[in-house]
Design a protein around this ligand. Structure first.
Ligand SMILES: NC(=O)c1ccc[n+]([C@@H]2O[C@H](COP(=O)([O-])OP(=O)(O)OC[C@H]3O[C@@H](n4cnc5c(N)ncnc54)[C@H](OP(=O)(O)O)[C@@H]3O)[C@@H](O)[C@H]2O)c1
Length: 288
């Protein structure tokens, strides 16, 4: 029986990145569909749950992506609402690589530094990667502040994550460097998840910081989000702090995405969102 992966992308056209990774993960056939939303997905779900017999349903799976996290969440929910009894297939949410990128970073960090009880700050945390990184750190017991240039955007991202995962992430506005300096007071972890090519944290602000223990940056397009680290950093000690760059956890992100997709084909009822993707990342890190 052929392993079929349908990619539901909330963007148009659908991205090519996830198609390549899906084939590398062992899918026999990958169908990327763009412009998919909670409003138009019903027939697509019917097509995958009513076709194969129960024992073969595990060979069909769904992967949800797109640049808008809220649209991805709504689609993920709508897909699962269509399932009933045995009429279901495995499904994964990874809007813009959100879960896999955040989980790779947090799993590598967790190997070097226990995060429970630490104060963590996510700068430019309103995008898909930042929201999931905030949620994963909070799920691990960190006290998390999610920042944006505007308080409203930070508050709405926090509300989305707190509602979805029953967490208590707090919002902060960091429109300029003095506000960043304020929010970092007493923090042990800072992660930047801003749009590509935007420096958010100058080296002077973190290198001599009295409490920071780890700095992580998800941006792989120069200039980096955190000045003074290297893209390839993976727990590299700089100024006495553990540094992680986008390429430092990019390899694990890809391995993780392939592992989650492969696991979807093992049963017809797997659901991969932040907790499941992070657990898979931690398993991969332990096995290294
Ligand atoms: N390493 C990997 O494997 C990997 C995988 C996927 C993505 N990425 C990278 O991870 C980063 C985050 O991705 P994403 O999709 O979550 O990001 P995104 O949605 O494009 O941007 C995140 C946030 O950046 C802030 N921002 C945008 N322009 C800004 C500016 N000029 N100045 C300051 N802040 C600005 C915005 O926050 P506010 O408007 O709320 O301030 C925005 O919500 C990106 O750099 C992406 O390239 C890496």
């Amino acid at each position: 029986m052929k392993k079929l992966l349908f990619i539901f992308d909330t963007d148009t056209p659908p991205n090519t990145f996830d198609v390549v990774v899906a084939y590398d993960a062992g899918a026999d056939h990958v169908t990327p569909l763009g412009g998919i939303s909670a409003a138009n997905v019903a027939k697509l779900v019917e097509g995958v749950v009513f076709t194969r017999p129960p024992s073969a349903k595990k060979f069909t799976a769904l992967f949800i992506t797109g640049t808008n996290m809220a649209d991805g969440e709504a689609l993920f929910k709508a897909v699962r609402q269509q399932f009933f009894g045995q009429f279901r297939v495995s499904v994964m949410l990874d809007s813009n690589g959100s879960n896999t990128t955040a989980a790779a970073a947090i799993a590598l960090l967790g190997k070097d530094l226990p995060v429970a009880g630490k104060r963590a700050v996510i700068l430019a945390g309103t995008g898909p990667v930042g929201q999931r990184a905030a949620a994963m750190l909070a799920q691990q017991g960190a006290l998390v502040t999610l920042c944006s240039r505007t308080h409203d955007r930070a508050a709405s991202a926090c509300e989305a994550m707190n509602t979805r995962f029953k967490l208590a992430i707090t919002p902060a506005a960091t429109p300029e460097l003095p506000a960043v300096e304020d929010v970092l007071q007493g923090a042990q972890i800072v992660m930047t998840t801003g749009a590509a090519g935007i420096e958010l944290l100058p080296e002077a602000l973190w290198s001599t910081h009295p409490t920071l223990e780890a700095v992580l940056d998800s941006n792989a397009t120069p200039p980096l989000g955190i000045a003074g680290i290297e893209m390839q950093d993976r727990g590299t000690l700089r100024h006495g702090k553990r540094c992680y760059g986008a390429l430092g956890f990019g390899g694990l992100k890809l391995e993780l995405q392939r592992a989650c997709i492969a696991q979807m084909f093992e049963a017809n009822d797997r659901v991969f969102d932040a907790p499941e993707v992070l657990a898979t990342a931690q398993t991969l890190v332990l096995a290294r």
